[in-house]
Design a protein. Structure first.
Length: 95
């Protein structure tokens, strides 16, 4: 069941990537060129293909100008629980 949820979220992520491209008025070719990837790779990202490399996804986010927002969104110090357990960030490894 967990795999289904992840698949659904990856698909939703791809839809959001496409949404940003559309909102910005960019063609798939323009984003692919800015991200230095093929249009086929961009299509895979936008369709939620989980086999695309993380590097390619990050390049697309940068090309769309949303990479900083994504990085901030996962910063543990931007959450109540992260700030509460901030001392754990100094540890070398998790238990």
């Amino acid at each position: 069941m967990a795999g289904y949820r992840i698949d659904r979220q990856v698909t939703e992520f791809g839809e959001h990537v496409r949404g940003w491209r559309m909102v910005l008025g960019l063609t798939a070719q323009q984003v692919a060129e800015r991200a230095d990837i093929t249009r086929d790779t961009l299509r895979k990202i936008e369709s939620g293909n989980p086999n695309v490399s993380f590097s390619n996804v990050v390049q697309v986010l940068r090309a769309l100008g949303v990479l900083d927002q994504v990085v901030s969104a996962i910063d543990p110090l931007n959450s109540d629980i992260g700030r509460l357990r901030a001392g754990s960030l100094a540890k070398k490894r998790a238990r």
